[in-house]
Ligand binder design. Sequence first.
Ligand code: MIG
Length: 823
Amino acid sequence: MEENIPNPELLTAQLLAAEEILEEEEFHHLNNPAEGIKPIVKKYLGIPNHVEQIDNRFYFTDGDANVEVVVVTKTIIRVRLAPHSVFLEEFSYAVPELPQEAVEYSLFEDETEFRVSTELVNCHIRKQDFHISFSDNTGHVTSTDATPMHWEENVKFGGYYVFCTKECHNEESFFGLGDKATDFNLRGKRLKNWNTDAYSFNWNQDPLYRSIPFYISVNEGIAHGIFFDNTFKAHFDFGAEDATKTSFWADGGELQYYYIHGPHMMDVVKNYHILTGKHPMPPRWALGYHQCRWSYYPENKVRVIANGFRQNKIPCDGIYLDIDYMDGYRCFTWNRKYFPDPKKMISDLAANGFKTVVIIDPGIRVDDNYAVFKEGKENRYFCRRCDDYFMEGHVWPGRCQFPDFTNPEVRNWWGNLFDELVDYGVAGVWNDMNEPAVFGSGTFPDDVRHQYDGYRGSHRKAHNVYGMQMVRATYEGLRKQMKNKRPFTITRAGYAGVQRYSSVWTGDNVASWEHLRLGNIQLQRLSISGISFCGTDIGGFSGEPDGELFTRWIQLGSFSPFMRAHSAGDTKEREPWSFGEPFTSINRKFIELRYRLIPYLYSAFWEHYRYGFPILRPLVMHEQSEMANHFRQDEFTFGDKILVCPVLNPGQQSRNVYLPKGKWYDFWTLEMVDGGRELAVQTPLDIMPIFVKAGSVIPEYPVMQYTGEKDIEEVKLNIYYSDSDVRSFLFEDYGETFAYEQDIYLEKKFLVNGTADSLTIQQSMEGLYTPRYEGYHLKLNGLPFKPAKIIADGTEVKDIVFNKDKTYEFKFRKNFKKIEIFR
Ligand code: MIG
């Protein structure tokens, strides 16, 4: 008998071995069909011999297969393949609807090709071999098929493995793909999208928690993007197997991709946002510092930590409850021994300026005495296997079943389950384990069925969107129940478009310098892949950082759109004061800096929401024609005015920083430096290199212990002299409702420009919101002369403070139109 019981570890080993064999096969799918391994029915497109047009959709056929080319916008063209001419119904979680934009397009045909054109791009279909290529309106070709699109029949599940292979050029670089634990430039890499719980992941480990099948190519200084909207396990090869070819393929679904024209990377990212949406404005408090740990309990511990922040005068807005707040890890319950009166605790925390964020997992404990399970079971809300048996797996609560979040009815139910938490005053929800993660097996078996909003599929199709649909359910439920307040959500797993519902953190990283370097890259990459509201576990989730590593991480974290420290339960205390001096003071200095810059970050968020700009921008995005920038991955800008270069090595006393062309100011010394070169910067522990673009207006709030602690009496405007025109933004509103959707906001634009003996600052405004403060406190930095006269809206400003460091300060009313400073 004994021998018949499989040893679970052995089983896992066998499964892994089987998986590896599969990988081997996958490896050959691309260009060398693995003859002898399995019979493959592999078919390439033939010769396009017919075209049909229905409005902005063009259909090309070789007599069997059909290729659809859709003109989406002036610069976005979608390509879709139906192996035997029948297209699936159009449905996508990433692109809820195609942008409605009036575009002009035309079809052209000659002996060699068909061509679909807008005023800016052309899609060429070559008659000889069905190769598809794209060019701009000067005839410059940006993307060309290296082989015709092809497919292989999937005997087991039906459908096809689908493949697209394009030419890869010598100096072509690749960026994006959401979250990959590797160098910023993806050239030479082969990567896979399949959401995976990747505890303590390593450099180059792939895949991680999220799947964003979108990449940006930069070749000869011109950028284009490919968004392969396919939720199945997908693969990307950027010149890895064959340096002359770039391929992407998936284990099912349709071969469907969007070609997104540049020419600038910024155009590509903005257009990707037009397809997949943006982060809605977050509640302003969510831009503050957040403190997390697995787990703070019992209640008294939570209070001690919260008080610790106030005693140490370290600002903090959010405190998190990890899984131990629940009763036996049952979602939507409380462990009353640890938390006898959660409502009271949450309201006391709120009175002390803390928002409470709680974790939620998808696994629902199988337990007939547990209301959530009973309801889910009675309504058939849980996932089922192919033969209708329950999908069960072990996670924290023990044996669990899992809601099918791809069913709108289930999402609605799930959203309503938050009513009690909302009533208790919970301000945010942290969605974990939604890859989905299952102990032992890793995730659900392939045959699990999903409703998929009526476009049913197996787990092969739904796996990568499961987490996104979970956090969508959470977000939509909270939004409904919090009335008109902005919910705050955070998720581990996601698919393209997840930004519409949530912020994202990079999962279980490690307290190591390597992970600090990796985290810096991950956030930049997420940011250009649609997910601007992102952060790492500051300090590293597993393992122990020393004071230096933690402080360097806080410095980077101060410039992460989402700033949260988090640590595993088996680590030492990990609050910003846990390492003693000098660390505590330096941590405070940077967290305070974060709070001073909240109006700047909030404005950058608005630019993201309204215009589709990413919040973190890698260097290559500033100067994509500079080949060296394709490989510089440390520096980035936070918004478009502040350049940050984190210190990523222990004991580092100085480091080189590259600044894009133009003039910059050292944030700490106010020294003006010329960009377009690298410079050596001193980096003692209390300094991280920060530079401000000349001409910027950087708004600043007074330091508070939490956002909204005090009324703001005046806003400081730090003005950095420039001799060319530079525009800056300041966005303001109530910070917690959706009133901005009804134009209740104020968007201010500043235009700064200087000459050898004058500086002009103009302000224009849009929107219906009126902030409560009356005035600005203006500080002039880098003025090449001593001001003799300041004229503000026609009147002379009398009280000017002349500082020793040649900065000048004065006050004026907030609604000024024009201020002129003369030598
Ligand atoms: O299996 O809830 O990534 O942030 O603290 C571990 C406990 C489950 C994984 C998350 C981590 C969280 C932890 N969770």
